[in-house]
Design a protein around this ligand. Structure first.
Ligand SMILES: [Zn+2]
Ligand SMILES: [Zn+2]
Length: 349
């Protein structure tokens, strides 16, 4: 098969690989589409902890395809069945797993991180992933390219949950990358009062406006809290999601929050840069709820797939480029630039 592999010299190359052979319990998938994520760009830069120097592995964790061979014993996955793959395989027995936090599993395996992923013509799904429910049948009629948005949407579904958004709320989204824009779409779909998107790039601000943001602001023009207060009659935002890895933005959110607001630090900060000033009194006197979210569970992925099936046209504009596997270098180049939202590799195109 053809694959876009991280090779031992740290360079990603399109290479010929032996076809994977599914063993008892496993599934083999013909990959239809795999989205390029920030994680993959990090791998390509040689900065991902699961890809230390010397690693030979195929990334790609936002994968959809069609079952090629079913040795799982589960008849739902007959050859030809379209499937989306939730990437994180929780062990089910560690403490976080026992508490329903499979995304925080202490021994997790992950498609494209700890074993070969979806930037290839075929993807082998290990037995535990099949039994854990990582493989989801794509509802009939849902385009597979659009279904490849399941995983990033799952991350956002998880990130929005603690914000408990109501139609009375003003939501502030910091960062209009794919994640921030998905948060905008999901929040609008569910009924939110008003959405303010903060973003430095004018191109991304205009996309946010096209996708339904009520207001967009440039935090470089004037301090974020001032602009948010101006747009909310002095109250501040009721719900805030931080989808940009900039420490100053995290600090600013507390000053942009309404009384009783919920804030999710969705983004992580670069390692070693996590300590930032946060005014504890704003949390105390404002009864702010400050939380985080990371990765996603199979349940989050199932919810995301339902959302996509319900309104595929809502999310379709997020896919701005697709490339065949042979042009994976160009696909990554496109994903690195600021112009595109979601870039897909379609290995069977
Ligand atoms: Zn991803
Ligand atoms: Zn676990």
């Amino acid at each position: 098969m053809l694959a876009y592999e991280h090779q031992s010299d740290g360079i990603m190359r399109v290479v010929e690989r032996d076809d994977p052979r599914p063993q008892e319990g496993e599934l083999l998938i013909d990959v239809a589409a795999a989205g390029i994520c920030g994680t993959d760009l990090k791998i390509a830069r040689g900065e991902h902890r699961f890809y230390p120097p010397g690693t030979m592995r195929i990334p790609g964790h936002e994968t959809v395809g069609v079952v090629a061979e079913n040795r799982s014993g589960n008849e739902r996955f007959a050859p030809g069945t379209p499937v989306a793959v939730a990437p994180n395989i929780a062990c089910g027995t560690c403490r976080p797993c026992r508490r329903g936090l499979g995304n925080l599993c202490e021994n997790y395996e992950s498609v494209g991180l700890t074993f070969d992923g979806g930037f290839a013509t075929q993807l082998l799904i290990p037995a535990p992933a099949v039994t854990n429910g990582n493989v989801m049948v794509v509802p009939e009629g849902l385009d597979l390219a659009i279904a490849s948005l399941t995983e990033p949407i799952a991350a956002v579904v998880r990130g929005l949950r603690p914000l408990t958004i109501t139609p009375d709320d003003t939501l502030l989204i910091c960062g209009a990358g794919p994640i921030g824009l998905i948060a905008l779409l999901v929040a609008k779909h569910r009924g939110v009062g008003k959405v303010i998107v903060s973003q430095t790039s004018p191109h991304r601000r205009s996309i946010a406006e096209q996708l339904g943001a009520d207001h967009t602001i440039n935090p470089r023009e004037r301090a974020l809290p001032e602009q948010v207060k101006d747009l909310t009659g002095g109250a501040g935002a009721d719900a805030i999601i931080v989808a940009t890895p900039v420490g100053q933005v995290f600090t600013d959110t507390l000053h942009s929050a309404a009384k009783g607001a919920r804030i999710n630090f969705f983004a992580g900060l670069p390692s070693g840069k996590g300590e930032i000033p946060l005014d504890a009194n704003l949390i105390h006197y404002g009864e702010l709820v400050v939380t985080g979210s990371t990765a996603n569970t199979n349940a989050d992925n199932a919810e995301a797939l339902d959302l996509l099936a319900a309104q595929p046209e809502l999310f379709a504009p997020l896919i701005t480029a697709t490339f065949p596997l042979e042009e994976a270098d160009q696909a990554f180049e496109a994903a690195r630039g600021g112009e595109h939202l979601k870039v897909l590799i379609e290995p069977r195109r």
